[in-house]
Write a protein that binds this ligand. Structure first.
Ligand SMILES: C[C@@](CO)(OP(=O)(O)O)[C@H](O)COP(=O)(O)OP(=O)(O)OC[C@H]1O[C@@H](n2ccc(N)nc2=O)[C@H](O)[C@@H]1O
Ligand SMILES: Nc1ncnc2c1ncn2[C@@H]1O[C@H](COP(=O)(O)OP(=O)(O)O)[C@@H](O)[C@H]1O
Length: 283
């Protein structure tokens, strides 16, 4: 076994549209959503430990280690695989938390794939995605690593290949709780499911938007400002909003104007996640 430290990216995702089509008996919502990755994200490093301990060596503000999805993912994989090894993990946290760009879920997926490699478990993607789903509805798409149209609670994935524009992502300085938005009585929960495949253009609405902007005026403000330049959309349950541009130069130009007053970043859309591109180079 290689003892070298393994460093892997954990990319962000965007929800290019998000319809809520129903609610299951367990309270989870049925969605139709289009996931695309960004070439922008956190970075995790892993080094095996012979004593079986799982240690996250980086503090994450306001997230106790036991609640960190990285630790939960590592513990679950160790328990289910029976692997005797442990791991030291370091996290370079770049992605805003509660931003709807999936940082925690992506960190969990990178942990599952990284440890599968480091511990030489040989689990296939189906098994890793099923374990990922027990950690969060968004984890499976990061495990699969391909842009996807998602149904169910986000786990029934059909790979798709939308255009890969440059995006300007604005990050309002509020953290939105997904559970809070999904429990709002005013949330639209009865959008008729789209039955046609591929999903026709023009279905770019996010059903969470009215509830999120009502609760978080800063998000509405960011949408209005970006909307002066391009179609401005909300990702997931927010708080981040984004707009597409045909080139980096154009995204940078608008970024320069808006980030005087707002935080944001420019990144390229990617249909194959940078985690999977990196893992390919290790095989
Ligand atoms: C809405 C989406 C869209 O991509 O993204 P985010 O804005 O969180 O990134 C996701 O489906 C979120 O996935 P994820 O963030 O993994 O959610 P989870 O941890 O599984 O769930 C948090 C809480 O949200 C609610 N929840 C989540 C997903 C879903 N399909 N229906 C729900 O009702 C549940 O109350 C759950 O307890
Ligand atoms: N490794 C992690 N990175 C970020 N958040 C985490 C992590 N582990 C657990 N969390 C918890 O998950 C919540 C949602 O995080 P995140 O995935 O960044 O947002 P979102 O689901 O809106 O995209 C955080 O507020 C935090 O409490």
């Amino acid at each position: 076994m290689s003892q070298a430290r393994l460093t892997l990216p954990a990319p962000a995702k965007l929800n290019l549209m998000l319809h809520i089509t129903g609610r299951r008996a367990d309270g989870y919502h049925e969605l139709q959503t289009l996931f695309q990755f960004l070439d922008y994200g956190d970075e995790l490093s892993f080094a095996p430990r012979e004593d079986g301990e799982i240690r996250l060596q980086t503090e994450v503000a306001n997230v106790p280690h036991d609640s960190n999805l990285i630790v939960k993912a590592a513990r679950a994989l160790k328990a289910q695989s029976g692997c005797p090894l442990g791991v030291d993990i370091w996290l370079k946290k770049i992605l805003p938390m509660g931003g709807g760009i999936g940082g925690g879920s992506s960190d969990a997926a990178t942990t599952l794939l990284g440890l599968n490699h480091l511990w030489e478990l040989g689990w296939d993607e189906d098994r890793l995605a099923a374990l990922g789903l027990t950690l969060g509805a968004d984890v499976p798409v990061f495990v699969r690593g391909h842009a996807a149209f998602a149904e169910g609670i986000g786990e029934l994935l059909t790979p798709v290949d939308p255009e890969e524009p440059w995006y300007l992502v604005l990050v309002p300085q509020v953290s939105v709780s997904t559970a809070e938005i999904f429990s709002d009585p005013l949330l639209t929960r009865d959008t008729p499911p789209i039955k046609v495949r591929p999903v026709p253009k023009g279905n770019s609405r996010n059903d969470c938007l009215p509830v999120v902007t009502r609760r978080y005026p800063d998000v509405g403000n960011a949408l209005n400002l970006l909307g002066k330049f391009t179609e401005a959309k909300l990702t997931g349950t927010g708080s981040c909003v984004f707009g597409a541009f045909p080139s980096k130069a154009e995204a940078d130009k608008v970024s320069a104007l808006l980030t005087e007053t707002l935080t944001g970043f420019v990144a390229k859309g990617a249909n194959i996640s940078m985690l999977h591109r990196k893992l390919q180079t290790l095989l």
